[in-house]
Design a protein around this ligand. Structure first.
Ligand code: NDP
Ligand code: PYC
Length: 338
């Protein structure tokens, strides 16, 4: 088994910030990226934690990302706020657009945030969870690079296209789910490759369209959608809503734009916000209580809610720090300026 290195959350953040600043990112970008990467590691979402930092650095060194880009927030329509990320990374664009999104949702019940021209490498749950923390329901969608074959096909068309949802709860943490519409995130396939572990059957096919459990062959071939034609349709919906609808690239176009640089995908993101207080008015407590009964019906039979594992991991990491494989730690230390 690979040796691991344990870091406190402060140590992990300091390491991350040193790497991000040395890569040439402006301080606001470095802080916004550190926020999502440290949150990912803290919640033991290993595919979107500290492991993402070498990819961030590579994307800058490849000359694709503007590390100093200043996102523009534009009040586009009564229900729409747009952020042009100007080919910087997405976390800062989201952080700058979120207040206006929530303000609009509070005013009229529903609002959308369209982020354009951003390089996207992060998990979506930190975004929807932050909106839910303000008492607002959230749904976030984004494409990636075309790595995923449609159900019944063998050639990549879709990205791994995550969908994340958050529902604020009166007591405690919100109900949050966040998953790729591929069977598994590409980051997890990369982690299997790094660890020399076989994939599970049903995750991917090789370049000839034959099922494979070999991570290298899968990365060169195509990933598969979860739930067959159902995941495939959801992946197509995400391409449409977070691509052409907001005037941005599909996963295939993002891949062509990358032109072999192997940088983070570059495209848009769509985030919807719905304020229950506007939909429900004085009846809100009664209906929120009905939602609580549904959550109760899930957990009372021993099933778990999505994000329960993450919240438990969060508690552990806040108390005892995070543990990362030593080869990853060595790679990160090598990126830190001496
Ligand atoms: P997982 O399959 O690991 O988890 C998906 C969701 O299901 C999580 O909310 C998880 O909660 C929940 N879940 C898992 N098992 C159960 C269970 N037994 N009962 C109830 N709920 C469960 O996620 P993916 O591999 O699909 O995606 C991982 C991450 O990758 C996501 O955060 C996503 O945003 C990110 N990603 C980002 C992309 C991008 O373009 N930016 C592209 C693709 C993915 P819990 O966390 O508590 O286990
Ligand atoms: O893990 O599939 C993934 C992914 C793509 C972009 C960011 N994460």
């Amino acid at each position: 088994m690979t040796d691991h290195v344990v870091l406190s959350l402060d140590e992990a953040r300091a390491l991350g910030l040193d790497i991000l600043r040395a890569a040439g990112l402006s301080e606001p970008h470095a802080q916004a990226i550190a926020d999502v990467v440290i949150a990912g590691q803290r919640d033991e979402c290993h595919s979107h934690g500290l492991y993402r930092l070498p990819g961030v650095v590579h994307s800058i060194r490849a000359g694709k990302v503007d590390p100093q880009a200043v996102p523009d927030v534009v009040d586009h329509a009564p229900g729409v706020v747009r952020v042009d990320a100007h080919f910087g990374f997405s976390p800062l664009a989201f952080a700058l657009g979120r207040p206006k999104l929530v303000e609009k949702a509070r005013r009229q019940g529903i609002a959308a945030l369209a982020i354009n021209n951003c390089f996207h490498f992060s998990a979506l749950w930190p975004e929807v969870e932050a909106i839910a923390a303000e008492g607002v329901v959230a749904l976030a969608l984004t494409p990636s690079h075309s790595w995923v074959a449609p159900a019944g096909g063998t050639k990549p068309v879709f990205g791994t296209n995550p969908i994340a949802f958050a529902w604020p709860r009166p007591d405690g943490t919100p109900f949050v789910f966040d998953f790729a519409t591929s069977v598994i995130a590409r980051g997890d396939i990369e982690l299997h490759r790094r660890a020399g572990k076989p994939l599970q059957e049903g995750w991917a096919i090789d370049g000839e369209g034959t099922p494979t459990t070999d991570a290298e062959a899968a990365l060169a071939g195509a990933m598969l959608t979860f739930g067959g034609h159902k995941g495939s349709a959801l992946a197509a919906m995400i391409e449409l809503l977070a691509g052409p609808l907001i005037g941005d690239m599909t996963s295939a176009e993002s891949m062509a734009f990358d032109d072999g640089a192997r940088a983070a995908p570059c495209h848009g993101e769509l985030i919807l916000a719905l304020d229950p207080a506007v939909f429900l008015g004085v009846d809100a407590p009664r209906h929120i209580d009905r939602a609580e009964k549904m959550f109760g019906a899930i957990v009372e039979q021993g099933a778990r809610l999505p994000s329960q594992r993450r919240y438990e991991a969060r508690r552990r990491s806040l108390a005892g720090g995070v543990s990362i494989p030593k080869p990853l730690h060595d790679e990160l230390v090598a990126l830190r300026p001496t």
